[in-house]
Write a protein that binds this ligand. Structure first.
Ligand code: ATP
Ligand code: PMV
Length: 509
């Protein structure tokens, strides 16, 4: 039987951090070209593999977990028992184990006990890998004697070994656990014929939507269950549906499953369940602009930041409401302005490209220097400038959180936009051809994002991307990531042979 391979993208929350935890507000999420991949194939019956599931995470030291599958007669429905029988590191992997247990339980409910048992007759071999971008590659570049730029990153072999155990890796903040859970549960749903592979073979369509929604609901539940809390879920939603404006689901929908592990899953997780009230509005960055991320080899403690901000929001309700309302307006204006730029391109790609080329050689303060410019170029330029201004204002606004609370003291240590990040952003955004940037998600020390002009034709002087690479290479500990905005829809079914480097890993013993 051929391997089932499913991938899902990482995420960058451009705007809406903290606000998106509240269903009144939205987040602007960009899905990345960097992805997590899960490959599943039958194990070896001759080696007594029946009902044995071996999971390997090839990029890490001692990252193999072996599980034994059993069907239990639950009080309400048959349930999958997935017990760990071996682990190369001696410790478990709660996220993977729960993903297996919950997905197999759902398969038992939907396809029946016999179908699941026969699909496990030879056991399963599962390989999980994430693109190099999910982990800081700074040490790898040093080892290879390469400068910290995009060309060097492209020379690192795919899925390069990190040389460390999972808990010790330096992450870049692209949402590894959400992308991992989403690709793993979906690969299992496909492998166990709960949903057809065709649902993930092309753009999101009406007919494939239900399968995606089931994968979404299951991944959200498993991710929340494994984390022991219900986050906004923007990371899982973008792993499933791609770039979007996201409004969260009400946590109540999965609460019964979080509290009672014996409940059947299908009635709650099925796409027809109207209690799943999240909203996904498709979104994409303007044409010929490029998302560029900086790995600053740090990372932040999102749960701590979230608990501090939410405590402040509760204590200072009126102040917080005013700030949340103002921030939401700015965030939604940014999304609308970026959309307007895409509309400009659709209406008149030549004028759009002329404007983009013009600003590629100028700092934003010079964009209006040319008094000879005429409509419609002026309107297009105004939209680029508005996007620039909005990204300047949004981080300043969230920084005011840091100052707003001083009398209470509760947020005094909260580094949503640490000074080092502000300095790096200011210097980066002041270069010619940079539209804007920010500190994504919860803020702190995760990779910063920039929106960079990247016109299709040659430029008379240095390209904006090269300017940024030059600036960043002069800063210790700052390296770009290869990730761009994904041009594929969230979850994708893959062919093993077409994912460079994956076949070799899957076939290695
Ligand atoms: N490559 C992997 N292979 C197997 N399990 C993994 C892998 N990456 C993450 N996990 C599982 O997910 C858990 C949480 O991972 P992690 O802390 O990286 O998530 P995260 O906080 O979402 O990451 P990020 O900072 O990228 O947003 C890990 O403890 C592990 O159980
Ligand atoms: C703070 C929050 O709104 C965003 C966290 O984003 P990130 O993991 O820092 O990219 C939390 C959430 O939405 O679950």
């Amino acid at each position: 039987m051929a391997s089932t391979v499913v991938s899902s993208p990482g995420k960058v929350l451009l705007a809406g951090g903290y606000l998106v935890l509240d269903p009144q507000y939205s987040g602007v999420v960009v899905a990345t070209s960097s992805r997590f991949y899960t490959a599943i194939r039958p194990g070896n019956a001759a080696e007594g593999g029946s009902n044995t599931i071996r999971v390997r995470s090839a990029q890490f030291v001692d990252a193999t977990w072996v599980y034994r599958f059993k069907v239990h007669d639950g009080p309400n429905a048959p349930q999958a028992g997935v017990a760990q029988v071996a682990s190369s590191s001696g410790s478990g992997n709660k996220f993977v184990q729960l993903a297996l247990e919950k997905t197999l339980s759902l398969a038992l409910e939907i396809t029946g006990v016999q179908a699941v048992i026969s699909a496990l007759a030879s056991g399963l071999e599962i390989m999980i890998v994430g693109d190099n971008d999910f982990y800081s590659q700074q040490e790898q570049l040093q080892k290879m004697g390469l400068p910290p730029d995009l060309a060097s990153l492209a020379r690192i072999p795919p899925f390069a070994p990190t040389g460390v155990m999972l808990p010790d890796v330096s992450k870049t903040g692209l949402g590894s656990s959400a992308a991992l859970i989403t690709s793993l549960v979906t690969a299992l749903l496909v492998h166990f014929t709960v949903v057809p592979p065709s649902a993930f073979a092309g753009p999101v369509s009406q007919s494939s939507r239900q399968a995606r929604e089931l994968a979404h609901n299951l991944a959200q539940f498993v991710h929340c269950f494994a984390q022991g809390k219900v986050g906004s879920g923007f990371d899982v939603a973008s792993a499933v549906f791609g770039s979007q404006i996201y409004k969260r689901f009400s946590p109540e929908v999965i609460q019964p499953l979080m509290e009672d592990a014996t409940l059947p899953l299908a009635p709650i997780l099925r796409p027809e369940n109207v209690a799943w009230n999240y909203r996904v509005e498709p979104f994409c960055l303007p044409p010929h602009t490029r998302l560029l991320l900086a790995d600053i080899h740090a990372g932040s403690n999102t749960p701590l930041l979230v608990s501090q901000v939410l405590r402040w929001r509760k204590e200072k309700a009126a102040e917080a409401h005013a700030l949340w309302t103002a921030l939401d307006q700015l965030n939604m204006s940014l999304a609308a302005t970026l959309r307007r730029l895409t509309e400009f391109y659709s209406a008149d790609s030549q004028e759009y490209l002329k404007t983009l080329k013009y600003i590629s050689s100028l700092q934003s303060v010079q964009w209006f220097a040319n008094t000879m410019m005429e409509q419609p170029q002026i309107s297009c330029l105004e939209a680029f400038y508005e996007a620039h201004l909005l990204t300047e204002v949004i981080p300043r606004f969230s920084m005011s959180l840091k100052h707003a609370q001083h009398p209470m003291g509760t947020l005094s240590g909260v580094e949503i936009e640490p000074e080092q990040q502000t300095r790096l952003l200011d210097e980066s955004v002041s270069l010619a051809g940079i539209i804007g940037g920010g500190v994504p998600g919860a803020g702190g020390f995760d990779a910063i994002w920039l929106l960079v002009c990247d016109p299709p034709e040659d430029l008379p002087d240095m390209r904006p991307l090269s300017r940024i690479e030059r600036l960043w290479s002069s800063k210790a500990g700052v390296t770009p990531l290869l990730a761009e905005e994904s041009d594929r829809p969230g979850l994708c079914i893959e062919s093993l042979a077409e994912v460079p480097g994956l076949k070799e890993l899957v076939n290695a013993v």
